[in-house]
Design a protein around this ligand. Structure first.
Ligand code: ADE
Length: 334
């Protein structure tokens, strides 16, 4: 049980405030409209059949609401949710003990499911497909035991990943619902910021909302994080009211530029332009030159820079576009 508790809390701990801004229902959840509409149907259909919801794979860049959506699925299905992360489950036995605790209809949320070790993943196949698991009993140190097949309560696996491509085909094929989360537009982010400001009980002016939305890299988690930091500046400098001027001042202090790019984005772009003549440059060489992890650049930074047309990924490497040169004030010479 101790082990199990450790696994259950392996998710980054959330503050109460973060918890309180999280929407609880699909009705409150803003954006991802087509995914939301489809989920409504799947939920209603499962409920009408008195069945569990099919397994769901959510993929896309970090901060777009994969965890939030899985909490909402549990809420809408009136079930419990257990949250674990892929890399925290190192042995098949760890997963078996989690599966044993599930009650009928529960949601098991595995974050970073692409980082689940292969031998653990194999336990999932029969658990997902037949609600059964193979457990080793007897023997020592994994030697000389025998495998017995035990039932698992029917459950819904919700997997989340920033890298759907890294999932093995057998695992991917066992999800009935596979959905990509998209970046949010400014209007959707504005609605999210207004809602969060209301929950946090802070006053924010209309042009300030739009400015925060514009500089949140299409990502609700960033919008909410910026909002909380800007609130601190507003509280100390402006009687608690968030005005456009306070936003500008706070974001300058936080080194967030006028498009929402942060210091890593800027180092990434300057790295390509200054050290590699605009590219193409391989990810590894670029990451080394700016002392960042390749996976961080690939999962967190590049998707947005590609989305706004600042970077192209070619077969020969990363290339900075004319738009990126212009934003950073370099003359484009190709
Ligand atoms: N907070 C974070 N993401 C949200 C979303 N998509 N809708 C409403 N509030 C949110």
């Amino acid at each position: 049980m101790e082990d199990f508790d450790r696994l259950m809390t392996s998710q980054v701990l959330q503050t109460d405030e973060e918890e309180s801004i999280r929407p609880q229902s699909l009705e409150e959840y803003i954006g991802q409209d087509s995914l939301k509409e489809n989920l409504k149907i799947y939920i209603q259909a499962a409920q009408q059949r008195n069945d569990v919801l099919d397994h769901v794979l959510l993929y896309g860049p970090p901060g777009l609401g994969k965890t939030t959506l899985s909490y909402i699925l549990a809420h809408e299905m009136h079930t419990n949710i257990k949250i674990v992360t892929g890399p925290s489950i190192s042995k098949p036995g760890d997963l078996c003990s989690i599966l044993t605790t599930l009650e009928a209809g529960d949601i098991l949320f595995i974050d970073e499911i692409h980082r689940l070790p292969k031998i653990v993943e194999e336990v999932l196949y029969s658990a997902m497909e037949d609600f059964e698991m193979d457990v080793m009993v007897g023997g020592e140190n994994g030697q000389g035991g025998r495998s017995v097949r035990l039932p698992v309560c029917p459950f819904t696996l919700v997997g989340a990943t920033t890298r759907a491509g890294d999932l093995s085909a057998p695992l991917r094929d066992r999800f009935g619902i596979i959905s990509k989360l998209e970046y949010y537009n400014e209007q959707q982010l504005s609605r999210i910021i207004l809602r969060s400001a209301r929950v946090l009980n802070v006053k924010i002016e209309e042009d300030a909302v739009i400015e925060v939305a514009r500089r949140s890299r299409g990502t609700p988690r960033i919008a909410n994080r910026l909002l909380r930091r800007i609130r601190d500046f507003a509280q100390v400098l402006n009687n608690g009211v968030i005005s456009k001027m306070i936003v500008d001042e706070a974001l300058a202090k936080l080194h967030v530029d006028n498009l929402g790019l942060d210091e890593v984005d800027i180092r990434y772009l300057k790295g390509i332009i200054e050290r590699f003549h605009g590219g193409p440059v391989g990810l590894e060489a670029l990451a080394n030159s700016i002392s960042e992890e390749t996976t961080t650049l690939e999962d967190v930074y590049e998707p947005y820079l590609i989305q706004i047309g600042f970077v192209n990924r070619t077969s020969r490497g990363r290339v900075a576009t004319e738009k990126a040169y212009a934003h950073l004030g370099y003359a484009f010479e190709k």
